[in-house]
Design a binder for this molecule. Structure first.
Ligand SMILES: Nc1ncnc2c1ncn2[C@@H]1O[C@H](COP(=O)(O)OP(=O)(O)O)[C@@H](O)[C@H]1O
Ligand SMILES: [Mg+2]
Length: 239
């Protein structure tokens, strides 16, 4: 982490962005406690992007799940735009996640019976008020932005892998999140399509001024991010 992006924890309330401090995570197995993350610190400003690398099993998804508030750390603190999400009551945490965080995974995980447009709309239908006046118009605009204007009424089975990932990206953006998390977003695509999706991901992250954190095995994707970190034995090393 360079000095420009490293922010003192006590100044967090004035910051926009993501800060994780001393995040540790262990799982309890029959054989004993298995430490996965050890005192991980990470600070990312709005508009900046970070690649998390490391071999399979090194804890990339575990870290992204914690940053995405999907599971709490064993210890440590998380702040997203000055808010500690794990301090919120359960329903508020669900609202926070729905409104503030967009997720993209290795597989698009679209609902097969719904059209591309309907899939993009789904996070806007969770019953929380969101920032957009007109979700349908916004979803249509986002599908246009990811290059799928003509595919709005197609179902996932009629789309290619790259197109499905474009739908997943539009869906991640529907509630105008502050934080975009992508877990191996190009891991199932061939290199040319992977490169297109990587460009799109970086472009929309800049346009929407989100924090972007990407777990990836792809050196070429990592090279395009503001910072690169590697998980080694549960600790983050910058390179
Ligand atoms: N719920 C869980 N219970 C026990 N072990 C887990 C759980 N989730 C992940 N792990 C273990 O944590 C380690 C890190 O997994 P993961 O974060 O998925 O790594 P990566 O995404 O880098 O491949 C692995 O050894 C995995 O088996
Ligand atoms: Mg993983």
């Amino acid at each position: 982490m360079n000095n420009d992006t490293k922010v003192a924890w006590n100044s967090i309330s004035a910051q926009t962005g993501l800060e994780a401090r001393a995040i540790s995570k262990h799982f309890v197995a029959k054989s004993g406690t298995i430490p996965i993350l050890k005192n991980v610190d990470l600070a990312v400003s709005a508009g900046d992007s970070v690649a998390i690398m490391g071999p399979s099993g090194s804890g990339k998804s575990t870290l992204l799940n914690i940053l995405g508030t999907l599971e709490p750390p064993s210890s440590g603190e998380l702040s997203i735009h000055g808010i500690n999400p794990f301090g919120l009551p359960q329903r508020e945490l669900s609202r926070f996640r729905n409104q503030r965080i967009g997720f993209v995974f290795q597989e698009a995980h679209l609902l097969p019976q719904c059209t591309a447009l309907e899939n993009v709309l789904i996070p806007s239908l969770a019953g929380f008020e969101n920032r957009n006046q007109d979700n349908l118009a916004h979803a249509t605009k986002l599908l246009d932005r990811v290059g799928l204007r003509d595919r709005a009424n197609h179902r996932p089975g009629e789309l290619s892998g790259g197109e499905r990932q474009r739908v997943a990206l539009a869906r991640a953006l529907i509630n105008t999140p502050d934080l975009l998390l992508a877990d191996e977003p190009t891991g199932s695509l061939d290199w040319k399509i992977a490169d297109e999706i990587a460009s799109l991901l970086l472009d929309v992250h800049k346009e929407f001024q989100t924090v972007l954190v990407v777990a990836t095995h792809s050196e070429s994707l990592a090279e395009r991010m503001s910072e690169r970190w590697r998980l080694v034995d549960g600790r983050l090393e910058q390179f």
